[in-house]
Write a protein of this length. Structure first.
Length: 352
């Protein structure tokens, strides 16, 4: 089996996390399977190859050029596995995991060239590839809505969140930002409008608690964040954090708030649940499917509903404990081992 290893040649994103963790669990599930991860011949590896897998360097070019030309022609008799949204447009004997239909559902969030390319590529993949897979029923339905029904349908492989517990919590981030003994709400410090940081800042203004902090983890300096910092001095930007540091933040936060407009799966809330952090999330897209009854839900377009749910969590020790327990229980329904078994069943059924 041939794995498209392009995700190893770039800085990791959420979809790259899926590839890394799924391959790690697949290697443990079937250590004797012959699996080759292929990358461009001249590529420098940024990500780490999961143990038990072999690396092959082959083909000219980089990025989409390599994927659509060199990779498309490699080992035509072997199934090609693409785990990160893209793959050769004209190859039939392959599996492509498309994590969401965001470029089709929310084209205004992307540049014209990017969204035009994705529409062309995803349309071709949907028509030709043998197996199209996504990470939630919501995303599978979205792909069908925008790309049309397929005779084989769209398979679903869920994700896991237990990787966040692999490393002990790194408390240096708590010390660095003087968070010990302070109450804070945790959010993602993303510049993407989809993550809706601006609405969280507005919700903070509605909470009459001058000592409550808002900590935004990850991301970097950006216009939205700069404006938010000026308008609310309680906002702390951590910048990049490791898994061990975000675990420490989850474990010390009063709650995690994630009012995203559109998610194919929504991994951060599941990571928070694994760490016993109460969760407030958007009532949109895949988030109700993933979080079930273990989270409080808000309207991402209305900061007042975000503030109202934060008040429920922050104002009651019992509510926080109930959400912690419910989140930990909900998290047991999702694991990378389960995802690997789902994925293995799909591969076995379609590439015998």
């Amino acid at each position: 089996m041939l794995i498209n290893g392009r995700f190893l040649t770039r800085s990791a994103t959420g979809v790259d996390r899926f590839a890394q963790e799924l391959l790690r669990s697949l290697a443990l599930l079937d250590p004797g399977r012959a699996v080759r991860v292929v990358v461009p011949a001249s590529a420098e590896l940024v990500g780490q190859l999961p143990r038990g897998l072999s690396l092959q360097r082959a083909g000219a070019g980089m990025g989409q050029r390599w994927e659509q030309a060199s990779l498309a022609r490699m080992a035509p008799d072997e199934p090609l596995i693409n785990l990160c949204n893209t793959g050769p447009m004209f190859r039939e004997k392959q599996l492509v995991v498309v994590h969401d239909a965001a470029t089709l559902a929310n084209p205004q969030n992307y540049g014209w060239a990017f969204r035009s390319w994705y529409r062309l590529m995803l349309g071709a993949i949907a028509r030709r590839t043998r197996v199209l897979t996504s990470v939630s029923s919501f995303s599978a339905n979205e792909l069908t809505r925008f790309l049309g029904a397929r005779a084989r349908g769209v398979e679903v492989v869920s994700e896991g969140g237990e990787h966040i517990l692999r490393e002990p919590a790194d408390l240096s981030v708590i010390d660095k930002f003087k968070l010990s003994g302070r109450r804070f709400v945790l959010a993602l410090g993303s510049s993407s409008p989809n993550k809706n940081l601006a609405a969280i800042v507005k919700a903070m203004h509605l909470l009459e608690d001058p000592d409550l902090l808002l900590v935004a983890a990850g991301g970097g300096n950006n216009r939205i964040f700069a404006e938010a910092r000026v308008s609310d001095p309680r906002l702390i930007s951590t910048g990049y954090v490791t898994d061990a540091q975000i675990r420490a933040l989850f474990e010390h936060a009063s709650c995690f708030v994630f009012p995203s407009f559109y998610e194919g799966f929504g991994l951060p809330p599941l990571e928070a649940m694994n760490c016993g952090c109460p969760v407030v999330v958007s009532d949109r897209a895949s988030l109700p499917e993933v979080c079930g009854t273990a989270a409080l839900y808000c309207d991402p377009t209305d900061p007042a509903t975000i503030a109202a749910q934060l008040r429920k969590v922050l104002g009651s020790d019992a509510a926080r404990e109930e959400l912690r327990a419910a989140g930990r229980e909900r998290a047991t329904h999702f694991s990378w081992d389960r995802a690997a078994r789902q994925f293995n069943d799909i591969v076995q059924a379609n590439f015998r």
